[in-house]
Design a protein around this ligand. Sequence first.
Ligand code: ADP
Ligand code: MG
Length: 442
Amino acid sequence: MSTNIGQKVLDKLKDEISQNEYNRYIKHLKYDEKSSRSDIAIFTTNNILSAKWIKTKYQKKIAHLYEIESGLKAEIIVDVKNAKSKQRVKTVSKKEQSNQSTLLNPSFTFNSFVQGDSNALAYNVSKAVAETPGKQYNPLFIYGGVGLGKTHLMQAIGNYRFNMGDKIIYNTFEQFLNRYTNHLRTGTMDRFRDYYRNCDILLIDDIQFISRKEQTQEEFFHTFNELHSLSKQIVITSDRAPKKIAGLADRLKSRFEWGMLVDINPPELETKIAIIKKKSELNGIRLDEEIVNYLATKLGSNIREIEGTIIKINAMSSLLRQKITLEFTKNAIEDYLSEKKKSITIDTIVDIVSEELNVKPSDIKSKKRAKKIVEARRISIYLARNLTPNSMPQIAIYFGMKDHSAISHAMKKIEEIIENDENLKVAIEELSNKIETLKLQN
Ligand code: ADP
Ligand code: MG
């Protein structure tokens, strides 16, 4: 049936353009049924120049005709099919590959990873995957909040396998996406496929950005299936569980759940202490026990931030030529924490809560009483109170509430809920984590 669609589109196109144009460009254009899918229609022609020309001149028209014929909106791809381009593919993708494997951070190893209750399962499963890839846990899907060690574990698997001689591809999902759109644009999807299907281990970091990108999901689905059927190990990380990724196709969701799904939680106090010790040791910084404990209680759960803070304290101490005492650490941290508070606005909080809970910002700021909206509003208020220097009356004004007592009521309510709902507690912890990280990057 789809062959007919492609051919029908070409026939229709013939009617719409001059005979001359048809003979020069469209005559050699063929519909590639095998590579096409419902939302990607692939046509091939015999050389790059005409492919380019067809794309600029006829792509829109073809897309339109395709939609009329099939009732579906599709991306139209004009590819080049000939032996020469196939050969070029091989050499280029080999070069790209060796660059890719060096993108692993060599310091992200199992040895440098501190285990604790919050990450023990993720650690053990990752270790098992590194030892016997493509077997028990394929794919391995690691999820959890920002700065909790997902990339570290994923790359620890990569480094371990790299040392065993495996071919590794490490890509953030964004890199996968960019590569995909570039190859689409230049009509070199065969190179794209060649690249991803020629590895032993595929590591895709931060897959949550795949949300609602149907076409890329489709392509990723095929990459996944191909590698999986060859028993090649796939490791994926995400800031949330597959079922929480909005607009993720069911078949991908189920693929992600085929193997092993593990989460990493914010570190508990002991793990934080162990991490601070390890990080200061690795950076050649000596910290007394009481300083380590102070930092562990004072700092949040984002380990990237904890590490950054230790390095900053050390830098300050050598700049000012002062010893790192508890007093010195306290001052440094106070400055740092109040700076951080100042830079976070309620707008940012509402934006992030809105995105995470899938509630519109305007609804959060409205007086609507739907359960989901009320919850998003309460969480925003709670975070505004904790992460920004705004007073209760200021927050009341922002959310269009009567006065500070409405805010204090909302705070009590959410604190009560958090008390009894471990999941919400973790979710809020991760939200504040995200907000703080975001602001620090600005
Ligand atoms: P994520 O990918 O979850 O956002 P990363 O893996 O990039 O977080 O970790 C952030 C930083 O914290 C990295 O420098 C990493 O080495 C460090 N880190 C995270 N978890 C641990 C851990 N359990 N032990 C040691 N370092 C850790
Ligand atoms: Mg990461």
